[in-house]
Design a protein around this ligand. Structure first.
Ligand code: PAF
Length: 314
């Protein structure tokens, strides 16, 4: 059994922490706020399964960062993409070759981790499990998904290490030798779903019933595919994948909709923001991604929802 640190126990962090702890691994949750660490330490972690049954497990939690992580055999990073740099510094301060797993949304997380952590230590996992965090220490499992794992450096064994640890407890773990491609594929899904669910205030499945919005989703995804090509990743059928994920996660409230509803910063910068950045540097115009980036930013500070017709007219 391993001791695994989880930096950033939001919805996905809590979900995987539960998978690990229920298989007997020793889990240390590294929280940003004292109140959250206290809640985990006092109440344990509550996981509500797909049938609505609640399970409780005792977990260790801290805000202590690097000192408490010192004994971890591996560290999972589930912070929001804009907090990746801080997590990288915490891991870098360990001064030890610990296997690291980025389990996050968005483009650029592995590069940010690699500023403080050796590339050979870093694996990336992308998951389609649906989860919603409630309060400080509870998570609802809302959709059974799949998780692909790969190392960012060719020849590194770090992804096999993580696949072994997770295979014992998390549903459907698939190793991938092409993780950069998987990161871009997931980014297409996030660009096609997240901002639209956040702007309309709807669950993923509802997007399939919005004929005015589907062409806008397609346009944003096609722009992002063109930018992926500029970055050396050829993708096709991304819109079909978006629709597929909408079908399979129909009842999910996307992470971006959860963020705007709670008045939190979203991960739009690591999604449409990166697309705009790469496109601008190459002189390519990506008007849909630019619009989504700017509009979601407005939504973060000034909560509102649009109807599909209003969105179409903008
Ligand atoms: O960010 C999310 O919510 C998820 O990555 C996804 C796949 C869009 C499902 O809700």
């Amino acid at each position: 059994m391993k001791k695994i640190g989880v930096i950033g126990p939001g919805a996905i962090g809590r979900l995987f922490a539960f998978f690990l702890a229920s298989a007997g691994h020793d889990v240390l949750l590294v929280c940003r706020r004292e109140a959250q660490a206290k809640a985990f330490s006092e109440q344990g972690l509550t996981y509500v399964d797909l049938e609505g049954r609640a399970h409780h497990l005792a977990v260790e939690a801290t805000t202590g960062g690097s000192e408490r992580l010192a004994e971890a055999h591996g560290v999972i990073v589930t912070v929001k993409s804009y907090d990746t740099a801080a997590a990288a510094r915490q891991i870098g301060a360990l001064n030890r070759k610990v296997p690291v797993l980025s389990l996050q949304n968005g483009l650029g997380n592995a590069q940010t981790l690699a500023r403080d952590v050796a590339q050979e230590q870093i694996a990336v996992a992308l998951t389609t499990h649906g989860a919603i965090a409630e309060g400080e220490a509870k998570v609802w499992h809302k959709g059974r998904g799949q998780t692909v794992i790969g190392a960012i450096e060719a020849g590194s064994e770090v992804a096999d290490w993580w696949a072994d640890v997770l295979a014992s407890c998390a549903p459907v773990i698939t190793p991938s030798a092409e993780i950069q491609r998987e990161i871009w594929r997931k980014a297409m899904v996030n660009i096609g779903i997240n901002p639209f669910t956040a702007l309309l205030g709807v669950k993923n499945g509802q997007l399939l019933r919005e004929p005015d919005v589907l062409p806008l989703m397609r346009a944003a995804v096609e722009e992002a595919e063109a930018v992926a090509k500029l970055a050396g990743v050829e993708l096709s059928d991304s819109m079909e994948r978006v629709l597929d994920v909408c079908r399979h996660t129909a009842e999910n409230t996307s992470s971006m909709l959860q963020d705007v509803r709670l008045g939190r910063r979203t991960e739009i910068d690591a999604m449409c923001g990166v697309i705009v950045q790469i496109a601008e540097a190459a002189g390519l115009s990506v008007p849909h991604n630019l619009f989504l980036k700017n509009f979601i930013k407005k939504c973060e500070t000034n909560r509102f929802e649009l109807t599909s017709l209003e969105l179409k007219r903008l």
